[in-house]
Design a protein around this ligand. Structure first.
Ligand code: UN1
Length: 497
């Protein structure tokens, strides 16, 4: 009998007010029931907000270095439990263990970075324009942060949002994806064990359309951070705009790798396999377009197809597996729909294009690594996010065309340029319209201590990770101290002319 899990609200593990639960199953073998998790509603969110208000009172007055110390202990506990959390994440999400271990490591890096930020969290001290007057800014906590996270990085993305929000002195309410609730459950256990005052964190499981929506719409939640689809992001953006909430959106991608005729082709081949088929293509940074210079096109493509065909599909817990399943049946149907669209629009299917079959693969949501050649920049498979193991190859005749095609989509997360020409590399860094550009490395693999995010419809101008996210989760306050003992009027007494 699988376990029934609870929410963490009001400093205790509690059943949802709805009395409803959602089954969490292993995508490699849906007969494996991991547990039942709360299908929470508005009443649960309201209880979480009431409790988080009390948590905020305590936590916002805790010195930032002491908040950082809690996050350092969180980093230590994540390190000690890295393998156990990775195994739990693979079981519910599907990607291979090497990748879920990397996912946990990203959380560890984020924790230690946050810990050091507790002793920094700089404001500015600047000269006043008047005599005997002091002027400075500092960072204040905002209040309760509502965090909604996706399935593809079950550990890392919750930490990207929770740790900086907490370090800045906010209370947090997290609503993880209903596809990967167990990993967040384990993370919240660690936060509590590390000494976070219980009401500072609330875990509300459930669906986006109910629990997520209630969180976004609650007037007591002034900060919202969401990672997921551009369609859902638009809806959240409308609500937050109307309610004057601070909002960070991290959404879709259609990331291109450009391989020039002078590229190291062995390196580019390793890069594209990892970028396109790692995490079964379910990263917002996944390489989904390959722009191949015509002089290397045929040669490179032959090797790519051979290597893609050789990738081993299977359960992510099996050490021999290269590519795990998709997250659920609906995700696989979406991939199948796009493969049909690719064929209908005249692209040439070179490999994959079908489900995994047989005794082992037939059980789960497996789909073979798929490569389309002869793709035109106008084709839908070259413009729309598929979120699966499908790579669209476009032949290019030079760098200008590559820049035009890379920039010609609605998304702008990451891009990759393979070349040995240093001038072209710098041209690319400047002209590729993305939040992140890699030279001679694939489109995935951003590091936790650098700002992460994209331009155009990938985001709304904010960044996660790195130093920039601390601006998002804090309010800048300015203080002036006039110690002259006289009324000094800014803009007037210092400019008498
Ligand atoms: C995502 O796919 O939503 O750069 C995040 C990367 C990872 C994070 C991806 N560090 O691919």
């Amino acid at each position: 009998m699988a376990k029934t899990f609870k929410n963490f609200i009001g400093g205790a593990w509690v059943a949802p007010a709805t009395g409803q639960h959602i089954e969490n199953r292993n995508p490699a073998d849906p007969a494996d029931l991991i547990g039942r998790f709360p299908d929470s509603g508005r009443v649960d969110v309201e209880a979480a907000v009431r409790s988080a208000r009390r948590g905020f009172e305590v936590w916002s007055r805790t010195p930032a270095p002491a908040r950082g110390d809690v996050l350092r202990r969180v980093g230590d506990l994540l390190t000690a439990r890295k393998d156990a959390i990775a195994a739990a994440a693979t079981r519910e999400m599907g990607k291979v263990l090497a990748e879920t271990r990397g996912d946990v490591q990203e959380g560890i890096d984020t924790a230690y970075y946050a810990a050091t930020e507790g002793r920094r969290l700089f404001g500015h001290t600047v000269p006043s324009e008047l005599r005997s007057k002091w002027a400075m800014s500092y960072r204040r906590p905002i209040g309760i942060a509502g965090l909604i996270t996706p399935f593809n990085f079950p550990l890392a993305i919750p930490t990207w949002k929770m740790f900086p929000a907490l370090l800045c002195g906010n209370a947090v309410i997290i609503k993880p994806s209903e596809d990967v609730p167990h990993t967040t459950h384990l993370l919240v256990e660690i936060l509590l064990e590390a000494g976070l005052p219980p009401e500072v964190v609330q875990l509300v499981h459930g669906r986006g359309a109910t629990a997520g929506k209630a969180l976004v719409e609650h007037p007591g939640v002034p900060v919202v951070s969401f990672t997921g689809s551009t369609a859902t992001g638009s809806f959240i953006g409308e609500t937050c705009g109307r309610m004057h909430k601070r909002l960070s959106l991290e959404m879709g991608g259609k990331n291109a790798m450009i391989v020039m005729d002078d590229a190291d082709l062995d390196l580019a081949l390793d890069g594209v396999l990892w970028g396109a088929f790692g995490t079964t293509g379910q990263r917002c940074t996944a390489t989904s377009r390959l722009l191949l210079h015509r002089k290397v096109h045929d040669r490179f493509l032959r090797r790519l197809v051979e290597a893609a065909n050789a990738l081993r599909l299977g359960d992510g817990l099996d050490g021999k597996t290269d590519v795990g399943p998709l997250i659920h049946e609906a995700a696989r149907q979406k991939v199948e729909r796009y493969v049909r669209i690719g064929l209908e629009q005249g692209a040439e299917l070179l490999c994959g294009g079908r489900r995994g079959t047989g005794a082992r693969l037939g059980k789960g949501w497996f789909y073979r690594p798929t490569v389309f050649a002869g793709v035109k920049p106008s084709h839908r498979i070259a413009r729309e996010e598929i979120f699966g193991p499908v790579l669209s190859v476009i032949r290019i005749s030079g760098f200008e065309e590559a820049v035009r095609i890379n920039n010609g989509v609605r998304y702008g997360l990451s891009s990759a340029l393979y070349t040995r020409n240093v001038n072209l590399a710098f041209e690319g860094m400047q002209r590729l319209d993305n939040g992140i550009t890699y030279i001679n490395a694939p489109t995935i693999g951003a590091e936790a201590h650098l700002p992460f995010g994209g331009v155009k419809q990938t985001g709304n101008g904010h960044r996660e990770g790195g130093w920039e996210v601390y601006d998002f989760y804090s309010e800048t306050k300015v203080c002036y101290v006039d110690y002259s003992g006289t009324l000094q009027r800014a803009q007037i007494d210092n400019y008498r002319g």
